[in-house]
Design a binder for this molecule. Structure first.
Ligand code: ATP
Length: 510
């Protein structure tokens, strides 16, 4: 992945319109000018207003590919761009790592372990390199972290040429501590130079070390509550942030986080930052709010229409068993017997809705002699990390979790997800089962569905149908009306449920 000759394609509508493009014979002159502009505009610590110009230069080998090859790729991967400025189709997807813009550092070295960019990476990287605001919607386990992470690190490695970071220039916000850690772990693999400049900030641990780390960090991965705390007490100045990511964006725009997000981004006006949102589910309820945070964002969707129902990863075999609530425990143990008693016990993730329920189920499973660990909001942070680690390493082969583990977590080789109690929304269902079948693997999910969950039957039927899964007759009998998501309805559960506004903020997302 060395240096290559590149054709210039500056497509950032914030800085330049299509009609400003120079004719080809002036290409060399323009490239020189771009280089000059870039040097001038690299962030300086004593510059108060952003003068940064972002440009993206498409690899000439990519430009030389026949259009039919690009069209076939877009069609096969079901990639759709929705761009209010109509510039997006001009940016060809980076269908091979060979077409990445050159980097003087060894930034791209860890990509060697992957065969090619995933579709969401291929489609969004050019836009992100070009400085566009992007909403990226793609199935669980499809490589979204590097889709927003690599452009972020590239900006960091470039700007580090001329400045030491005294204030963060990039902020990545995630809903849970474990997910923030995981994003951090992925990013620091990517460059020695980034290792020095990336830090992870989350609640439940002492603030002093985080304050120290912030003094030398250009990229901050954080949960909202703790970041806001450190911002409020003057430990971090976010006024220089140019690249803002909301991972699990629909969750971050939920009512539980909305105000925190508004407070955090207040010192970084939309005109001076690139705003990036990624998720596997994009409910209507958050779209208007998202647009107020962004500047003409391009929406990139992989695998289907974003206005449709939430979409599950189609490599996951979904099974739904309708039963009486009293039968759940026996059925769970039967399923575990099947998956745990062989020579090599499979990794199974068991989801509950309530913290107390999770504790009870974990006790029952442990009593039956299975190697089990738990993760929920009532555990302290070191127990949470330790238990997750035990599951990752295989020391525990069953993990009982609440929805604190539903989103984003990339745990190797989870073979089966069992939903003991259905979540509050079908979006959460899609994220829960998305802990299996990651990075191209097959997955399996079994959901125990009772009459109590019938309000979500219609939504679930749609998710099953969209993924060509079997819909049991027993599920159909509950009707197929789809209820709209209503955050306020969560209130009825807030004392017990691990996902709602109140519990989430207080118990694990600070
Ligand atoms: N280009 C690639 N080729 C193959 N695997 C990849 C590639 N990029 C990332 N991965 C791997 O795919 C796995 C899933 O990636 P990631 O966690 O970013 O998924 P995600 O889309 O964010 O999922 P979720 O919606 O659940 O948060 C990770 O183990 C990651 O290392």
């Amino acid at each position: 992945m060395g240096k290559r000759s590149h054709e210039s394609t500056d497509l950032n509508p914030k800085k330049k319109s299509k009609s400003d493009k120079p004719p080809k014979d002036k290409k060399e002159k323009k490239e020189k000018k771009e280089k000059k502009d870039k040097t001038v505009s690299e962030p300086q610590d004593n510059v108060t207003e952003s003068t940064e110009k972002t440009s993206y230069t498409e690899a000439s080998a990519l430009s030389a590919l026949p259009q039919s090859e690009i069209d076939t790729y877009l069609k096969e991967k079901v990639i759709k761009f929705t761009d209010p400025t109509a510039d997006a189709p001009a940016l060809r997807p980076l269908i091979s790592f060979d077409y990445l813009p050159p980097s003087d550092s060894d930034l791209y070295a860890p990509l060697k372990s992957f065969p090619a960019p995933t579709p969401i990476q291929a489609a969004t990287w050019p836009l992100l390199f070009a400085g566009r605001d992007v909403i990226g919607i793609a199935e669980t386990g499809s490589g979204k972290t590097l889709a927003f992470g690599l452009p972020c690190l590239r900006k960091l490695t470039e700007s580090k040429k001329s400045q030491k970071p005294y204030h963060p220039t990039a902020v990545i916000i995630s809903p849970t501590r474990e997910l923030a850690m995981q994003i951090y772990d992925q990013l620091i693999k990517f460059a020695e130079v980034a290792k020095a400049g990336v830090t992870c900030i989350f609640g439940g641990v002492r603030k002093d070390e985080q304050r120290e780390a912030l003094k030398t960090s250009a990229v901050v991965v954080a949960t909202p509550g703790r970041l806001k705390d450190l911002q409020n007490d003057g430990s971090v100045n976010l006024g220089k942030v140019k690249y803002l990511v909301l991972d699990e964006a629909d969750r971050m725009l939920d009512k539980g986080f909305e105000q925190d997000i508004k407070d955090i981004i207040e010192p970084m006006p939309v005109s001076r930052r690139q705003t990036v949102m990624f998720t596997a589910t994009w409910p209507r309820s958050v779209r208007d709010l998202a647009s107020t945070f962004m500047n003409s964002p391009v929406t990139v969707t992989i695998g289907g229409d974003p206005s449709a129902d939430p979409r599950a990863n189609t490599r996951i075999k979904q099974e739904v068993e309708v039963l009486d609530g009293r039968e759940k425990e026996n059925r769970l143990i039967q399923l575990l017997n099947k998956s745990q008693r062989g020579k090599t016990p499979e990794k199974v993730l068991v989801f509950c809705l309530y913290k107390k329920e999770a504790m009870r189920v974990e006790r029952t499973i442990s009593y039956k002699g299975f190697k089990v660990a738990g993760i929920h909001g009532d555990l302290n942070q070191s127990d949470r990390f330790r238990n997750l680690e035990a599951f990752k390493s295989g020391a525990a082969t069953v993990l009982v979790a609440t929805d604190v583990a539903a989103r984003g977590l990339d745990i190797p080789a989870v073979k089966l997800v069992i939903n003991v109690t259905f979540p509050l929304t079908v979006e959460d269902y899609v994220h829960r089962i998305g802990r299996t079948g990651r990075a191209g693997a097959e997955g399996h999910a079994i959901t125990l569905f009772t009459e109590q969950d019938k309000g979500l039957a219609g939504g679930l039927v749609n998710v099953l149908k969209a993924a060509n899964q079997h819909v049991p007759e027993d599920l159909m009998k509950f009707g197929t009306t789809v209820k709209k998501k209503q955050h306020d309805a969560y209130g009825a559960f807030f004392k017990d449920v691990d996902t709602d506004k109140k519990a989430t903020k207080i118990t694990f997302d600070d």
